[in-house]
Write a protein that binds this ligand. Structure first.
Ligand code: G4P
Length: 528
């Protein structure tokens, strides 16, 4: 098959949701349709379950699952689908943000009873900023929930999306009868009382046919007609270009647990979802169909076995073909590297692959050469853009608790930071090290992993920082910057790349600083 036809048959996406909306269940149902797994229950939830076990055991369990479910690949109707797993727990949100740099589209799962929740909001915002095409799946229709129109309003207002319903529920909760599929113009009905199976798919060319009344009863049929009429009046018609540009979001209704509305979602997805998209580098826009290989690291996973220090770097292929045992340029290190056993991922296994195409993810064994965001090319010196660090929300001094192991501690911290577990800052004033994380859980992860993988011990000390802001030296006024540095000397640090960072201890300080030094540009993400 030619490179172009391999590109054309690939869809790489992520499923995002607030925890418990049904991401794992939907993933599993998609894999079942693709024949990648044989039974429900095969996909383990990557949720952090609090309570039952101690936190670090839970973290290790989660890490084990997260390597197994990092990429779930399957084929459906000749299309190769790669689902990139995103952690639902908010403390790992940064991991999810990074994974979103490697997807070409997303499916957003929303619980019909809960509507738009906090995590959904944050994740959708990131997707919106990047114009990632999104499809919305409203789940758990077998339960009592919000009115469909109310939900669509909620999605438009809170998430800032422009929705176009592709299906519409017939009743809800106890009265849920099935789905009218606007996209395919057919009706799917629940069978009997069990609410477990789709009775049959009945094609309805015209929603006004009396057949609909016979199928679902006069009242439900009338109601559905009115609702569908309202849908066509109120919402824009589906337009693929608008969807691909991130300006229009198709919405489906269903119940992942009951396998309802999932096939419709998948059928539409393979038809409309984007093939691997071009990606911006620091020198130019790179297109997937270019012959020369290029890709970037969006995730690094440390070996679960502390005796083996090697790690798995996950590369998204952006252009050309990636071949086993072929030398590629590691741009940041300006070093050629060959990979003898690149891994491809499937639902329940990984295996060595000889060749991979744009959209695919390969796992490369790494002994410490890779960092998140690193670019591999066939020789071209360019760096992919767009894996920013966000301002952490928790900050602590990190101290060495075992003076005999300072080397191990340094190495451990270094490698954990390369993996993207947290961010390291060095205070300008006294050279003290500060760890910044998105969630409080990461401090436990770091302490536990330093001890178990690097035999190093650390302690933490609280530090009162509200936000870290990156200082844009190039675009700031020189004199004002010099004054800012003098006045704020105690609050300045360098990140791992050597960029200047300002620690604001409260939102008030931040506001005051911004108004006093209005010509000093501050940013909340590391790339600007
Ligand atoms: P997540 O990955 O987004 O966190 O959610 P997950 O799929 O684990 O689903 C969360 C809970 O919601 C699970 O129940 C799951 O069975 C349930 N669920 C998912 N889809 C539907 C649906 O369409 N209808 C209904 N009624 N429930 C649904 P749980 O009791 O928390 O877990 P489990 O013991 O059933 O696995």
């Amino acid at each position: 098959m030619s490179l172009q036809s391999e590109i054309d048959r690939r869809r790489t996406f992520g499923i995002i949701s607030h925890p418990d909306a049904g991401k794992t269940t939907l993933t599993e149902k998609l894999l079942l349709f693709g024949g990648a797994i044989q039974e429900a229950g095969a996909v383990k939830s990557n949720k952090i379950k609090k309570g039952a076990t101690s936190d670090f055991m839970e973290i290790e369990r989660q890490r084990g699952i997260s390597v197994a479910t990092s990429v779930l690949a399957f084929e459906y109707k000749g299309i190769k689908i790669n689902i990139l797993d995103t952690p639902g727990h908010k403390d790992f949100a940064e991991d999810t943000f990074r994974t979103l740099t490697a997807v070409d589209s997303v499916i957003v799962v929303i619980d019909v009873a809960k509507g738009v929740e906090e995590q959904t909001l944050k994740l959708v915002e990131v997707c919106r900023m990047r114009n990632i095409p999104m499809i919305v799946f409203i789940n758990k229709l077998d339960r009592e929930g919000k009115d469909a129109f109310e939900l669509l309003d909620d999605i438009e207002q809170k998430l800032g999306l422009t929705v176009t319903p592709m299906s519409f529920p017939i009743g809800m909760g106890y009265d849920f009868k099935g789905i009218y599929n606007i996209w395919e113009k057919n009706v799917n009905l629940f069978s009997g009382d069990s609410r477990k199976n789709i009775e049959e798919t009945i094609n309805i060319e015209d929603i006004n046919t009396p057949e609909l009344n016979e199928l679902i009863g006069d009242t439900a049929a009338e109601e559905l007609r009115e609702e569908v009429e309202l849908v066509t009046e109120v919402y824009p018609k589906f337009n693929q270009e608008e969807y691909l540009n991130g300006n229009l979001q198709p919405v489906f209704f269903g119940s992942a647990l009951n396998n309802f509305g999932v096939r419709e979602l998948l059928d539409c997805f393979v038809e409309i979802a984007p093939t691997p998209r071009p990606k911006e580098s620091d020198t130019r826009l790179v297109r997937p169909e270019e012959k020369e290989f290029s890709g970037f690291v969006f995730k690094i996973h440390a070996n679960m076995d502390p005796k083996h220090r090697d790690r798995l770097a996950f590369i998204k292929i952006v252009s050309g073909t990636f071949n086993r045992n072929t030398p590629y340029l590691h741009v940041r290190n300006n070093k050629k590297m060959k990979f003898s056993s690149p891994n491809a991922f499937f639902a329940e296994r990984k295996e060595i692959v000889d060749v991979s195409y744009p959209g695919d993810i390969v796992g490369l064994h790494d002994t410490g050469n890779f960092k998140i965001g690193d670019t591999l090319t066939q020789g071209e010196k360019m760096q992919y853009k767009g894996i920013p660090s966000f301002s952490p929300e928790h900050f602590r001094y990190i101290n060495n608790a075992d003076p005999m192991k300072s080397k191990q501690l340094g190495k451990g911290i270094d490698q954990l930071m390369d993996e993207g577990v947290a961010q390291l800052f060095t205070l300008e004033l006294n050279g003290r090290k500060v760890i910044g994380t998105v969630g409080a859980l990461q401090f436990e992860v770091i302490q536990y992993r330093l001890e178990h993988e690097y035999t190093a011990k650390c302690t933490y000390e609280n530090l009162n920082v509200h936000k870290a802001c990156w200082v844009d030296i190039k675009n700031s006024d020189k004199d004002e910057l010099a004054e800012f540095k003098r006045v704020k000397a105690r609050f300045l640090a360098k990140d791992k790349q050597g960029q200047l960072v300002f620690f604001a201890d409260s939102s008030f300080t931040l506001q005051m600083t911004q108004s006093k030094f209005s010509k000093v540009k501050l940013h909340f993400v590391s790339e600007f």
